[in-house]
Structure formats: structure tokens, C-alpha cells
Design a protein around this ligand. Structure first.
Ligand code: SF4
Ligand code: SF4
Length: 157
């Protein structure tokens, strides 16, 4: 995984000496057990849970840790590489599939329609009837962007 991350992102996690500066700078450290320095340590140990748990997705790509890392490691680039490796191994998940379908069919993204298509209406049953009505109305908004479709389908075949 270390070499794969390096070839995708140019980031060499072997340079990390676990000073913890990235985790202490990170505004989302602790969310779902996410700590950039811990993930880097686990990558170095070749821990398969790094991919399976997908904690790297918590990263907001704010680059605060990057500017503070004494070794010049960019964790957000490591996170992007991990995301690419995950998709290469397991394929897109249901939200990503819904996102791509929406893009291919309409040429633009309506996030409400993507959420409904990926998660189903039952996932939102705790919402008020007013919110659900608004959601349904939002999911119908936006015309198919014929002008963008050709270009989009070249990028997302
Ligand atoms: S700041 Fe850099 S060297 Fe320090 S733990 Fe984070 S990645 Fe490693
Ligand atoms: S780029 Fe990610 S890991 Fe780094 S400080 Fe921002 S949220 Fe935290």
C-alpha cells in the first residue's frame, strides 16, 4: 500500500516520524476515531483495516496538517490516494454509483436525487412531512443538461 500511495500521490509516508503535529492541528481529529498520524502509522504497518474502515474519508482536505508537517507530508493527498485504491479494489459504493448515474443521465448533479436514489426514501423517514415534501420537490428540479451530456459522457463513460 505504501508504494501504491506513493505512485498515486507522490507522498512517502515512510518519512513520517510520528510527531503528531498533523493530528493536533486537525479540526476533525477524533471524529469516528479519525487521526491522520494514526492512519499513517497503520499504513506503515500495512494494516488492511485502513482501507476497510474508510476513516480517511473524514478528512476535509483543509491542508492545515500539510503546512504544519515537518516532513512535508500531505495527508489529504494520502487520503485521496487511499480513496482511489479503495475504488480500484472494491468498485464505487452505492452513493458513488448513484452520483455517476445521475451525471451520465442528466449532465449535472442534483444531490437530493442522488441521496434518494442511493439510500431510498425510507432512510429519511425521521424527517417531518414538510421536509419530505420539500425533498421530493427538490429531487424533481433541474432539467437534463443536453449541452453538457456529450462532454460528461466522454469523461464518465
Ligand atoms: S505531522 Fe508529518 S511527521 Fe508528524 S505525524 Fe503527521 S505526517 Fe507524521
Ligand atoms: S487536511 Fe484533513 S487531516 Fe489534515 S488537518 Fe485538514 S481535515 Fe485534518
Amino acid at each position: 500500500m505504501i508504494e501504491e500511495i506513493k505512485s498515486i500521490s507522490g507522498q512517502d509516508v515512510n518519512l513520517c516520524y510520528q510527531c503528531g503535529e498533523c493530528s493536533s492541528s486537525c479540526q476533525v481529529a477524533g471524529v469516528d476515531g479519525f487521526y491522520p498520524s494514526v492512519l499513517i502509522h497503520r499504513i506503515k504497518l500495512e494494516d488492511p483495516g485502513v482501507l476497510d474502515e474508510r476513516k480517511f474519508e473524514v478528512c476535509l482536505h483543509c491542508f492545515l496538517c500539510t503546512v504544519r508537517c515537518p516532513q512535508g507530508i500531505s495527508f489529504p493527498d494520502v487520503a485521496t490516494a487511499l480513496s482511489n485504491i479503495w475504488v480500484k479494489r472494491y468498485g464505487p459504493d452505492r452513493v458513488e454509483r448513484a452520483f455517476l448515474k445521475e451525471l451520465r443521465e442528466r449532465g449535472f448533479i442534483n444531490p437530493v436525487r442522488v441521496a434518494l436514489s442511493a439510500l431510498g426514501l425510507h432512510s429519511f423517514k425521521s424527517l417531518s412531512s414538510k421536509a419530505l415534501k420539500l425533498m421530493r420537490a427538490s429531487s424533481r428540479s433541474g432539467k437534463v443538461r443536453e449541452d453538457l451530456l456529450k462532454e460528461v459522457r466522454e469523461i464518465v463513460p
